[in-house]
Design a binder for this molecule. Sequence first.
Ligand SMILES: [Zn+2]
Length: 274
Amino acid sequence: MQFEDAKITIRNNNAMWREIETINSQYNNYNFDDIKAEPIKYEKRTSKAKYGRSSCGGALVWPGSFDFKAFLSGKIYEEMIVYTELINKYIDIFIIFNEYKKKVLKVFETRRLYKDISTAPSDNRNWFAKNLSTTTENRFKELKKYEEELLNARTFSPQFPYVILHLMATVLYDNYDRDDKYEFNDILECYQMALEKEGKMTFIQQQRAIISDDKRYDIMKRDGFKCCICGAKATDGVRLEVDHIMPVSKGGKSTDANLQTLCERCNKGKRDKY
Ligand SMILES: [Zn+2]
């Protein structure tokens, strides 16, 4: 078959092939081909989708109103331990693979040998004249196609973990139902977002922690040892707590002006509202 002949010809004469082989030999120890990580799957029903119909053929158009990154970073935040483990397992090899990919892409970009059919080694030229399309332009195209197939097949293509998001939406009379694939670098970006969110939570906990027992006592004393909402007193048998008027999660600080005494019940009621 033509392709088999082309492969041999290209292998024998192609500088790109040799370069890829050289790069591969530097990375052979990494066994990229062994990486076949399972996809992580999520399903999401949303009413946020907006639809339009394209002018040609009436196909559905997805305008991208769904914020995938916010969604995935939320999922990661919920499953922080699982994702941390997953990322630690793959991150080193992912970085090495990206380095490899860059080198390989550079070889593809600097496609020197066949910029022009006349620069191909004469063996190849004769082979093309005999076996491929008659016009120079078509021969060049076919060669590029063979070359690409061959080199792509020889290039490592590990399958890092990825996320499949099954998005469903019903808006008006149209159903949107599609699988979207998000790569490992998307996972990394969303993981970073989740980490930042976690950092914020640590800040909240720190802010809470800096209400010392002395401060707590001072605030309760200031408020007359009674709930600022319902007036219940510690002597009535209720448990009093010191509360942030503007919640810490909304940027409130642990200053006297932002602190008040509440009974356990009022405090819980307030938390539920937020
Ligand atoms: Zn109360």
